[in-house]
Structures are given as C-alpha cells and as structure tokens.
Write a protein that binds this ligand. Sequence first.
Ligand code: 5GP
Length: 195
Amino acid sequence: MRLMEDMIRNEGKVLPGGVLKVGSFLNQRIDTDLLRETGQEIARLYAGAGVNKVLTIEASGIAIAAAAALEMGVPMVFAKKHRSSNVEGDVVTAVVHSFTHGEDCTVVVSREYLGPGDRVLLVDDFLANGAALEGLISLTEQAGAEVAGAAIAVEKCFQGGGEALRKKGYRIESLARIASMDENSVVFVRDGEAP
Ligand code: 5GP
C-alpha cells in the first residue's frame, strides 16, 4: 500500500536491534487517513473470505483491527496481555514472546467472544519473527474457530516469520513489506517479488 510505504519512508525511524519506530503515525499518534485506508485495503483483500470476526493483541494492533472490522462490518476482539500465566475463567491462553520488550507474556481471550463457527481474520501492526501471529493462531484454534488468514500493516520480511507461516499454509497479506532497513534507508519488497 503506497501510503503506508510513504509514511514509513518519511516518518519511520530505524532503531538499533531491527525495530522500526512508527510512533508518529501508527503506534502512538495515529494518522487517521492512513488508518482509514488501511482498514479499506484489508477489507478489500479479504472480501469474500467469509470472515465474521477480527482478532488482534493489545495494544498496538487494536486501532488497525478496529478499522478493518469497521470496514468489514464484523466485530473485533482483542487478546489481553497478562504478565503471569495465572489466568482464571473460561478462556483460551497462549504464551507470546514480545520482540520489542524481550519478555514472555500470556495472551488471553474469553471463550465468550471467540468460538466454533467463527472464521477469523488476524490483524497486527507488525510481523517480525511471527510469535504474535502464532499466538493468535493458537488462541483461534484452541477456541475451535477457523483462521481465515492474517493482515499485517508492516512485515519485516528479513525476519522470516511470514515466510514460515505461509509455508504452513496460512494466508498472510502485508500492506508494506520491508526487505531490509538501516538507519539511512528502508528497502521495500516490490509487488511480484517473493515476500
Ligand atoms: P513478532 O511476534 O512477529 O516477532 O513481532 C510482532 C510484534 O512485535 C508486533 O505485535 C509488534 O507490536 C511488535 N514489533 C515487532 N517488530 C516491530 C518493529 O519493528 N516496530 C514496532 N513498533 N513493533 C514491532
């Protein structure tokens, strides 16, 4: 998606450790034109895929997932993060290693909000090593729901998480695909090239 790439090029900052900072338009201050177009593009990509629910992880996935769900006319659910694995109730849980914080957390969804009969679109802001998406897949499958696919705002293809999940047969669509990046430049994967 052209606007996503332009904003990354103009406002993104590459930090040491392979983290792209997008606080000025996606993670803290949210650009609403970008958000609207992101929701529309995700809805276009998954039109006809039978999605009846969108699932993400708090916090940074919520805005994008809500924008997509709004365009698709379906509800959005987000997994809550807990520091301990001590979670009670009729829930599904998964342990996810956070790429940006370097620690594990338990993500939790109530079975009241996700279950058999749901065909779920997973949404997140970034795809790096794939841990967050694997957690969302696990929650969906434990709940007895079906994964329709995933939609990601920014995939860092050089970290390989997307490739591994595509090899497992999951449909993954990314709106901006980064081939490589350093402090001076971000290089995108062009359409038609392998992600
Ligand atoms: P993964 O689990 O695929 O390794 O990483 C994805 C998760 O880590 C996303 O939920 C996202 O919040 C965070 N993340 C990974 N890489 C980046 C990055 O370069 N910038 C930002 N802002 N978040 C990232």
